[in-house]
Design a protein around this ligand. Structure first.
Ligand code: ATP
Length: 221
């Protein structure tokens, strides 16, 4: 059976925190592919600070170009309006059919807000979840992190190392190498003319300088 990871995010810009965690998850869950899915209008972020989607997509493309296990989907860009994960997972469920296992990948910081997502309860009946530790967030996964409203629907499966939902899909907590990197910090560094070296792939860094993204007017590479 094929195993696919779905990694949604704003990727504004993509950085080594995203890439390294995707690599570790791909390896340890033996995924065939990790599909990066940039949101067009993320419902949970302030719109003013988000670069237009085609630029974020281009940076993603550059960042994953040399990894045969990574790919990119523009499905959320093709839908008008906000990007809702329930629609995205439904799309891939239809595309791949029932003989493919889907794993929705997200950081604990994002997972703790899941009860604010559109139709979040139905998401647990569509795919597995992999919840990554988020360095700098100061919290690690515990059963209390499962949405209160649904807690009774889960029970721990020690053999599989995850919390099984009544639907049969599991929520897997996953410790990853702590790289305390965020897109926010990177944008700030560009703004202030500080170095961003070793926080994101050089090809992405060059693209940002070349297109004068995130920078105050007087900042140069
Ligand atoms: P911003 O700082 O603009 O809020 P971000 O760095 O959190 O952005 P997103 O694109 O919002 O990046 O993140 C997409 C997903 O990747 C989220 O689920 C988030 O938890 C996870 N993630 C982001 N950075 C890291 C990191 N350094 N380590 C592990 N997970 C991360």
């Amino acid at each position: 059976m094929k195993k696919i990871g779905l990694f949604g995010g704003t990727f504004n810009p993509i950085h080594y925190g995203h890439l390294r965690s995707a690599e570790e998850i791909c390896e340890s869950f033996q995924l065939d592919q990790v599909i990066f899915i940039p949101a067009s209008f993320p419902p949970h972020k302030k719109e003013g600070k988000i670069l237009p989607a085609p630029l974020r997509v281009e940076m993603l493309r550059l960042a994953i170009a040399d990894n045969p296990h990574f790919s990119l989907s523009e499905v959320e860009l093709q839908r008008p309006g906000k990007s809702y994960s329930v629609e995205t997972v439904g799309h891939f469920r239809q595309q791949f059919g029932s003989d493919t296992q889907l794993y929705f990948i997200l950081g604990l910081d994002a997972f703790l807000e899941i009860d604010t997502w559109k139709e979040y309860t139905s998401l647990f009946g569509l795919c597995h979840f992999i919840i990554m530790t988020r360095p700098g967030f100061g919290k690690s996964f515990s059963p209390e992190c499962l949405p209160v409203e649904l807690a009774k629907d889960f029970c721990y499966d020690a053999q599989k190392g995850g919390y099984a939902h009544g639907s049969g899909f599991l929520v897997f907590p996953k410790e990853i190498t702590a790289l305390d990197i965020s897109s926010t910090k990177i944008r700030e560094n560009f703004q202030k003319g500080r170095s961003v070296k070793y926080l994101l792939p050089p090809r992405v860094e060059h693209f940002i300088y070349k297109n004068k993204l995130y920078q105050a007017k007087d900042v140069r590479p």
